[in-house]
Design a binder for this molecule. Structure first.
Ligand SMILES: NC(=O)c1ccc[n+]([C@@H]2O[C@H](COP(=O)([O-])OP(=O)(O)OC[C@H]3O[C@@H](n4cnc5c(N)ncnc54)[C@H](OP(=O)(O)O)[C@@H]3O)[C@@H](O)[C@H]2O)c1
Length: 191
């Protein structure tokens, strides 16, 4: 069965973003999890999808301009992720959204659809976020691996990755790497 691999950039207190709705401590929204080569589909929540579509469409169409959110020109790794986005089907978990700009985007309506997606033949699936979707899919036992990039700050007030998590779940540490800028990459298996 295909694995569902979640990748999240968080502060030390596991915040995904600050009170203003962005993680201004993240310098680039590149794939720092090394997930692109092993997946052929992305899954994300209806809450984050419109902003995600806007961010990567802007980089695809105007790669020389400062990117929305970071305010910096896209990095080479962000440009690589923008190309990955263009060739990779995206599945959006939502009971309310019905349309998307990208032809490769389709909608899944509940946990059974996510379980069915994992049963289809193919490479692994990248769970892009957001917080509520990741928490609910971990609770449902559908996420196989959690890859965190921990940034060196206590963010304080903000949206926590596990704010809506219901159940306790053990994790097995698979890999730890120190990255530049004081960041740490952690890979956990979810049993
Ligand atoms: N730091 C990072 O690495 C990172 C990564 C990704 C996202 N983010 C941030 O996270 C934020 C978005 O997170 P979020 O928690 O607000 O929203 P979200 O998880 O993207 O989306 C939540 C929505 O997904 C749907 N959903 C979730 N679980 C479901 C289930 N079990 N069954 C059916 N539908 C389900 C529902 O959509 P409907 O209401 O339409 O049914 C729900 O309202 C964004 O601001 C983004 O910037 C940060």
């Amino acid at each position: 069965m295909r694995k569902l691999i979640a990748g999240m950039k968080v502060s030390v207190d596991a915040k995904m973003e600050g009170p203003e709705g962005t993680a201004d401590w993240v310098e680039a929204w590149s794939d720092d999890y090394g997930v692109m080569a092993q997946v052929d589909a992305c899954l994300l929540g209806g809450g984050m999808y419109p902003g995600y579509e806007r961010y990567w469409t802007a980089i695809q169409t105007e790669p020389d301009k400062p990117a929305w959110i970071t305010g910096n020109p896209p990095t080479p790794a962000e440009l690589a992720y923008a190309r990955f986005v263009a060739r990779t089907p995206h599945h959006v978990l939502s009971s309310t959204l019905t349309s998307a700009l990208w032809a490769g985007t389709s909608f899944v309506r509940g946990l059974e659809d996510v379980a069915a997606l994992k049963q289809r033949p193919g490479k692994d699936i990248y769970l892009v976020g957001g917080a509520r979707t990741t928490a609910s899919l971990i609770d449902a036992g559908l996420v196989d691996e959690l890859r965190l990039i921990v940034h060196p700050l206590v963010a304080g007030v903000g949206k926590a990755l596990f704010a809506t998590t219901q159940g306790r779940r053990g994790l097995s540490l698979r890999e730890v790497r120190q990255l530049d800028g004081g960041r740490v990459s952690l890979v956990y298996g979810i049993g």
